[in-house]
Write a protein that binds this ligand. Structure first.
Ligand SMILES: Cc1cc2nc3c(=O)[nH]c(=O)nc-3n(C[C@H](O)[C@H](O)[C@H](O)COP(=O)(O)OP(=O)(O)OC[C@H]3O[C@@H](n4cnc5c(N)ncnc54)[C@H](O)[C@@H]3O)c2cc1C
Length: 498
């Protein structure tokens, strides 16, 4: 069976890489696509269609693939991988292409295999609340589907309108409600994975909450960033949809981040089992969504002028009345301890989504500044914001004030996950050198992780040793060689060079 088709004339590759500071060379043992490799349908090879698949969401990494394949079924995907294995053709798995570390686009001429057409729901078992679907289903579509059965997807993120469930599992995405519903490592109950040689490994046939028969092989693929296998199907446990969801935006009192931590502690005590998300954003984040996305700060000018931090607190519960009682107690405790300047509780769906958009649209707003230097770091809570303060100090000590536009901190405070972002009009080597490796050394010294939820991809792979020991990385390499002996899956990424 002929699988691939390249109708385009084979041109000399220019190997366009826009990722700085990575002296990468194309692996010479990979074959170059020829006219003999062909496929009858579902492929894209014209320059205009290829562009959006070759470039990442941040527009910071661009590959030079000449071919995108769009399989519809696991068998088709398996045939493609078998063919690539036999011909030594490297591939780049792609979901919604919303990844933030340059993992989802090719580096050179790898064939892109997109899950865009693998978008079928297979089954929702209403007794067990387990949803089984193909890996290219868009997260928002899945949530809409399960909501009709009074269920909710256990993860939610700003990119939900575009990201695919297979991409979410491959990055072990955390998101906004991990605090309440836990990580994908716990919620994914089965996976179907196509290995680099085309073999299909299936643990979706009997998705069970408890299953200790032997090793749990699916776990190794969750968060493996397309290095070990291509995820074609997912079974995931969906919790009951809350009957009452409430959202509170708190304008924090005082300049110290310690107050934000106190608000979180109060929320845990007073809201307890109904707390579903606890996010924070600093003054600069609020300014970014105002300036770049036209989203007004809902507090009065007096409050916003005094406020350095905002907390977004969401609750999910089965009973509106008792939830409102708990929220009142939470509010009284904040006033007693003088932790809040003001509080807004969303009164209807429009206010609910407006307040969420203040937080969810920060990433998009920042892209309008120009170049984004993006960091996604886990740190002990009491150290979380010190990194932002120290980076600002470093910029001012090095006369870099005029080089950058913003240095901001926001993120999933409930999971100790900081998103530190610096922006400038264009990429600037001086800023980059002030940030890296300083920021990674700082994180290591303070017992953090240099990648909390976005993964390593192309941009962060060489910093892995700041968070993992040599022995751990060695075993990762061994696993890579076991599952992908020809190193054809998503090369040049996640692990330091072989
Ligand atoms: C506005 C915005 C908000 C975001 N918020 C969050 C957040 O809160 N939490 C969070 O964790 N992330 C967040 N992200 C990052 C991103 O959305 C997630 O990493 C998401 O899980 C990626 O899914 P995707 O389908 O777009 O995957 P892609 O970007 O296409 O791919 C990501 C990685 O997975 C691999 N991959 C994709 N599909 C497969 C597959 N089927 N099999 C094997 N490998 C595959 C790719 O090769 C790549 O390495 C955000 C991104 C944006 C743009």
């Amino acid at each position: 069976m002929n699988i691939l088709k390249s109708r385009c004339k084979i041109r000399k590759f220019s190997f366009l890489i826009q990722t700085r500071n990575l002296a990468l060379k194309r692996f010479p043992n990979y074959s170059i696509l020829t006219d003999k490799d062909y496929r009858k349908n579902r492929c894209l090879d014209d320059v205009n269609s290829l562009d959006s698949y070759n470039e990442d969401w941040l527009k910071s990494c661009k590959g030079n693939s000449k071919l995108v394949l769009l399989p519809k079924t696991t068998l088709e995907l398996s045939e493609i991988l078998k063919y690539c294995y036999a011909k030594n053709l490297a591939i780049c798995p792609q979901g919604g292409n919303t990844g933030l570390v340059g993992g989802s686009v090719p580096v050179f001429d790898e064939i892109i295999i997109s899950t865009r057409l693998m978008n079928q729901i297979i089954k929702l078992d209403e007794e067990s609340s387990i949803l089984s679907c193909q890996s290219g289903c868009i997260l928002q579509n899945l949530d809409d589907y399960v909501s009709q059965r009074s269920l909710i997807m256990p993860l939610d993120l700003g990119a939900k309108g575009s990201c695919h469930i297979g991409g979410n599992v491959s990055t072990n995405a955390g998101g906004l409600r991990l605090l309440r519903y836990g990580s994908l490592k716990g919620n994914v109950l089965g996976l179907e994975v196509v290995l680099s040689n085309g073999e299909i490994l299936n643990s979706m046939n009997v998705p069970l909450r408890k299953d200790n028969t032997g090793f749990d092989t699916k776990q190794i693929f969750i968060g493996s960033e397309g290095q070990l296998g291509f995820i074609s199907g997912v079974s995931i446990l969906c919790p009951p949809r809350p009957r009452a969801a409430n959202l509170i935006l708190v304008a924090c009192n005082g300049k110290s981040f310690q107050n934000v931590i106190q608000i979180f502690k109060t929320a845990k005590l007073e809201l307890n089992e109904i707390l579903s998300a606890f996010e924070f954003m600093d003054r600069e984040s609020m300014r970014a969504v105002k300036e770049n996305s036209n989203l007004e700060n809902p507090f009065s000018i007096e409050v916003s002028e005094k406020c350095d931090f905002y907390c977004l607190v969401e609750t999910h519960s089965s009973d509106e009345e008792s939830a409102l009682r708990k929220i009142e107690n939470f509010y009284s405790k904040l006033s007693e301890k003088d932790l809040g300047l003001d509080c807004i509780v969303a009164e209807n769906k429009t206010q609910f989504s407006y307040i969420w958009s203040l937080r969810e649209r920060i990433a998009e707003s920042l892209t309008k500044d120009g170049h984004n230097y993006k960091y996604d770091i886990s740190l002990p809570l009491n150290k979380m914001y010190d990194l932002v303060i120290d980076i600002r100090k470093r910029f001012s000590e090095n006369d870099a004030k005029n080089y950058f536009r913003r240095c901001i901190g926001y993120g999933h405070l409930g999971d100790s996950n900081l998103h530190l972002n610096v922006t400038s009009e264009k990429y600037d080597e001086k800023i980059f050198k002030l940030l890296e490796p300083f920021l990674y050394e700082w994180t290591m010294k303070n017992n953090g992780s240099i990648s909390a939820e976005h993964g390593l991809g192309l941009k962060k792979k060489n910093y892995i040793y700041y968070s993992k020991t040599k022995e751990n990385v060695e075993y990762m390499r061994k696993l890579k060689k076991l599952f992908d002996p020809k190193l054809l899956l998503n090369p040049y990424k996640t692990l330091p060079d072989f």
